[in-house]
Design a protein around this ligand. Structure first.
Ligand code: ME8
Length: 670
């Protein structure tokens, strides 16, 4: 007998620094749908998720909450598991990086790399972004305009004894591997990004231990050091399978992973550090890393202070799990950024689910009930319009497969909806209610209703990986026996005439969009009013230490800034400034050098806005300058101040601030 194909898929392991939000649900629901899709096709599937519990960020959060890091994460991780249960996430294993077997395996890995000379001790002087848990070189910080290139937040200067991992030794091998395996990094555009931005400019050895805090896996042969959290976290994909333990049978069965699903901001770690770790260990590389886009909010990033955090638990309670799963899987091309809005969610539920699918099922069942006493008729007279519908249903499984092979999840659903919509048109064209009026129409009516029920059975089978409750409800109403509901019975003609249909509740009740949006607006107002400025908030006890977190990117903005006195504001010297000259800083991708007239004075300011403005766009414009900022040197140019800009969560749109009327430079802004 041929051996079963195995399929190993993973989500990122999330930080238990706060409870999860709709962005995390997005990754996990997508991974779940892919895992379910493979299981349905008979692949022996292993789906891993978990929590990334160590590091400076968690240590600080726990301290602020006045509890131990372990107590802090235990509480939040319990919330992760509750959320995955609610969303019907079918993971096979949940790994916690504080699990004993993981800790031991990471220590073993670190020692092996040290013993073979790939890890060595030295001194690190550079920058660290704690929210991203990332090290950055001077060059990278300078290019980003003095902030973390990933999240745009402030970085800390770190100077400590550290162990280093010889990334540089493996860089050429990795570049070759990426070139030889064009589907390793997906979508394709991300391959280029990794090569151009990180690999081709040259890799520096990576700092892989810390001594300035203790919440991490201790380096067992040098107790002052804890393992860098990303080395610890990435290893989870193999330690979860027993790598480095006495029983590594799962590892031998499932590794290499078929695909790591990750958000686009952590593709870098998964396609540079992780493959090099594996190369150094002499282990095979994962077959693919898929970097999906970000879910952002209309009106910007989710934030407690704006009162616009999207909590998946609340949404599921309001609309049901399948409505939320459908929206997450259908709305945004997998790989691109997309917007979450209540309007879009309600439109998807009302149009695709309530109207297209729900009504189709209820009309079909109601007609079988009314015209044939609830007994599914055998097909009778055939007509031209049947052929196209049947052909579509027969071709559908292959079309879904073609989309899913590329992980085009929304397109797979769109293919299924083509059959749903073809059925709705088929009802309009065949007009069963007219056929029912005459004796002559009876035989034709039987065919029409059989074809509709049969199409719906096929739709329900194909929907099984995506929606976890709806297919069973559809089978119950259609009277489909379990054997006919199985994937193996997907071929056209599986519905058995004589089965009894059962009228049931609407699959997805229609939502009163206007009332619903008014409700959300009121909730947002309430949340805004309740938002507590961060400085005033007392540390939360553990039971409350897991606030809904924002969709990320741009860390720190999720907390309301502390209230300040006017005197604090007045410390910032804001002035109008006229751009009299502007040039690109050639060796930087992000920086422009602006010469500003500020009253009688002339100033040089370096600004990281090259991506949005050319020098010509700016010359002659009036901008707002923070005039009393300490000078910094960026890419060799001394910058005396900063110009103010507004930008959206994904930094796709950015605009420098100016005045409504023409005003003289040098004037104070207050
Ligand atoms: O980065 N849109 O954990 P994390 C889409 N522990 N996806 C989003 C999202 C959004 N707005 N916000 C978060 C870490 N995500 C590390 C990972 S893996 C070895 C270690 C999803 O809690 C997305 O998958 O910050 C992103 O990559 C992940 O959550 C980041 O979760």
């Amino acid at each position: 007998m041929a051996e079963k194909k195995t399929f190993y898929i993973t989500t990122p392991i999330y930080y238990p620094s706060a409870s999860l939000h709709i962005g995390h649900a997005y990754s996990t629901v997508a991974t779940d749908a892919i895992a379910r899709y493979h299981r349905q096709r008979g692949d022996e599937t292993f789906f891993l998720t978990g929590s990334d519990e160590h590091g400076q960020k968690i240590e600080r959060k726990a301290k602020a909450a006045g509890v131990t890091p372990q107590a802090y994460v235990d509480h939040i991780v319990a919330g992760f598991k509750d959320l995955w249960k609610l969303l019907d996430i079918s993971y096979d294993k949940f790994i916690r990086t504080t699990d004993d077997y993981h800790v031991k395996a990471v220590q073993k890995m670190f020692k092996k790399l040290y013993d073979q000379g790939d890890i060595y001790k030295s001194k690190y002087t550079g920058h660290y972004c704690t929210p991203c848990e990332s090290f950055w070189l001077d060059r990278q910080i300078e290019e980003a305009g003095g902030v973390c290139p990933d999240c745009g937040g402030p970085v800390e200067l770190v100077e400590e004894e550290s162990y280093f991992f010889r990334l540089s030794k493996y860089a050429d091998r990795l570049i070759q591997y990426i070139k030889d395996n064009p589907t390793f990094i997906q979508p394709n555009s991300r391959t280029n990004e990794m090569l151009q931005n990180f690999l081709l400019p040259g890799l520096e050895d990576l700092c892989v231990s810390r001594t300035s805090f203790t919440w991490g896996i201790p380096v067992d042969f040098d107790g002052k050091h804890v393992v860098y959290v990303w080395l610890d976290a990435l290893s989870n994909y193999i330690t979860a399978l027993g790598w480095g333990s006495e029983d590594d049978s799962l590892y031998r069965k499932f590794w290499p992973a078929d695909v790591h699903i990750v958000g686009k901001e952590i593709v870098r770690f998964h396609t540079i550090i992780w493959p090099i770790m594996l190369m150094a260990l002499g282990e095979p590389l994962p077959k693919q890393v898929f970097g999906h886009g970000w879910l952002v909010l209309d009106g910007g990033k989710m934030s407690k202070s704006k009162g616009n955090v999207v909590d998946p638990v609340q949404l599921c309670a309001r609309y049901g799990v399948d409505a939320i799963r459908y929206f997450l899987l259908r709305e945004v091309p997998f790989g691109s950024d997309g917007t979450f809005s209540n309007e879009a969610l309600i439109a998807r539920i009302n149009t695709d689910l309530a109207n297209d699918l729900g009504n189709l099922l209820s009309r079909t069942v109601a007609m079988i009930d009314k015209y044939f006493g609830g007994v599914l008729p055998a097909p009778g007279v055939v007509a031209d319009e049947d052929a196209a519908l049947i052909a579509l249903a027969k071709e559908l499984p292959a079309k879904v497969d073609a989309q899913m092979t590329e992980l085009h999840i929304p397109d797979a659903l769109a293919e299924i909806w083509k059959l749903v919509n073809a059925c709705n048109k088929y009802i309009d064209v065949t007009a069963p209610w007219s056929l029912a009026k005459s004796e002559a129409g009876q035989e034709r009516l039987k065919t029409v209703l059989y074809n509709l029920a049969e199409s719906l059975r096929i739709v329900a089978i194909l929907l099984t990986p995506y929606l976890t409750g709806t297919p069973a409800k559809m089978f119950a109403q259609l009277g489909t026996a379990p054997t006919q509901a199985a994937f193996e019975s997907l071929a056209w003609g599986g519905s058995v005439p004589g089965s009894l249909v059962h009228k049931g509740e609407a699959l997805f009740p229609r939502i009163d969009a206007e009332a619903e949006l008014a409700f959300f607006a009121a909730e947002a107002d309430k949340a805004k009013a309740a938002a507590v400025p961060a400085a005033e908030a007392t540390p939360a006890p553990v039971a409350e230490a897991a606030p809904a977190a924002p969709a990320k990117h741009g860390h720190g903005e999720d907390e309301a800034p502390a209230e300040i006195e006017y005197d604090d504001f007045a410390k910032v010297d804001l002035r109008l400034a006229k751009v009299v000259a502007c040039e690109e800083i050639k060796k930087s991708k992000k920086l422009l050098k602006l010469t500003l007239e500020v009253g009688a004075e002339t100033r040089t300011v370096v600004s990281g806005i090259k991506q949005w403005y050319t020098p010509d766009d700016l010359v002659g414009k009036t901008v707002v300058l923070v005039a009393n900022l300490k000078p910094v040197t960026l890419c060799g140019v001394e910058s005396h101040g900063m110009i103010l800009c507004a930008s959206d969560a994904a930094d796709e749109n950015l605009s420098a601030l100016t005045t409504l009327a023409a005003m003289d430079s040098g004037l104070k802004v207050r």
